[in-house]
Design a protein around this ligand. Sequence first.
Ligand code: F6P
Length: 551
Amino acid sequence: MHGLKQSELWSALADHYNEIKHLHMRDMFNQDKNRFDKYSLQLNDILYDYSKNRINDQTLKLLLRLADEADLSGWIEKMFTGAPINNTEHRAVLHTALRDQGDQPVMVDGHDILPEIRQERERVKLLAESIRTRKWRGATNQAITDVVNIGIGGSHLGPLMVTEALRPHALHDLNVHFVSNVDENHINDTLEFLKPETTFFIISSKTFTTQDTMVNAETARQWYLSKIGDDKSIGRHFSAVTSNVKLAKDFGIAEDNIFKMWDWIGGRYSLWSAIGLSIVISVGSETFDELLQGAYEVDQHFRHAPFEKNIPVIMALLGIWYNNFFDAQTMAVLPYDQHLHRFPGYLQQADMESNGKSVDRQGEVVDYTTGPVIFGEIGIAAQHAFFQLLHQGTKLVPADILAPIYSYHCIARHHRALMSNVFAQAESLMRGKTKAEVRAELVDQGLDDAQIEKLLPYRVFPGNRPTSTLLFDTLNAKTLGSIIALYEHKIFVQGIIWNINSFDQWGVELGKQLAKNILNELNDNATVNKHDSSTNGQINYYKQRRPKNNS
Ligand code: F6P
């Protein structure tokens, strides 16, 4: 919808916001006993409860109109059918094709891409299974015990998050490591305890030009060669996932070990592709298939469910409600399942690299706010860290809570303690604690009036802080696939309504460009004076403290 803020609907939403901003959710729940039934949805084993949000029927009605007026249905079809909706790069956006289990062709440039996707997946599985079953032998005929994925951004965060989340499925005698940081500590700490004879590297880079990844890849190769000394055996120990096959070959990787990516997969949407090789090696191809199945079922839901029953659509609309009308600048994601400890980091890239844009599809600077700052942490840990601000700070921070009904080991004592916190936090954020409640509590504790008056203001909780909760049976691969896809589609919907392209990332280019120039300046001891005084000062200070010959 062009001119979003000037639309009649936007004004209606702004008016509606003024009407309801003073309403307290505590009263809304008191007045409507059916709120939970009304404002929760279920998809397979996932319950999405969005009743603890500052909304009523009218809010939803207006927000749903936003989706219609943006022609969301049309855009969904465009995405699924391969239209070049990534307009600045003239590319289709087809991560959904990677998990498509159907038999309808998906056409890009006049040909069906499903056969090549499936063929590449079979190649990934063959390699992964041969490593898992110890058939794959290294240069000295030993089986592989350690796999190191070298990549960054989407070539790192998704696979890392998923392998951590599906840890119980991993083989105990095969370790999968992830190296992303160009800081030498990352690769050195990883390689320190590994043996080249039993280590297998995956160089994951869509472009095969990302500095961090290529520097780490070169160090890995040198480490391997310094110990094994045989260039030809590299094929037993190195593989690549990339859309730049030529550069991977130039690096010395055997063609058989190069797995393809396509330009219609964005890095942050790529874990479903061969970029998931580390996942398949870690958890096996059957588990990976379940992950794809879970995502596919959400794809079907997203494509076909009416918007008022469509979980990613509702998630997106609520985000817009807080972002654009309540002026909430952030959004917290709080998984209570320890295995999801990398989920907030993964989601930061997925969401912020997608929707952190300020120019719309027509090239105009937008006059409304777009993607929020995403942050998060394992819920229990966060309770003892930043929940103070969520409960009593001056900022409104809408939060998503994710929690399992069963943990893998199912020790009831642990799990009930965990879940009591899930329910209590969402309830207390919503209800808060009134002055009268605090006073009654302090009277019970035997405090006198003067003491009570002094303490009262600090002990009040304003409440009315929104949370949405995703409860799922257990964090198996299928459910995880579904959860990831829900968030991917939520991000898509928001991008459509904000009229931005969620699938490019020009904002990361400037830093890369400057780093390239500065890298040249660090190659000698000459004083640098081309930058502002701060940048010159820092570079020259660095060069003085660490002159070139003193590496
Ligand atoms: O710099 C950002 C970015 O381009 C991400 O979008 C991407 O996921 C990451 O770098 C890694 O890129 P590549 O897979 O090409 O190495």
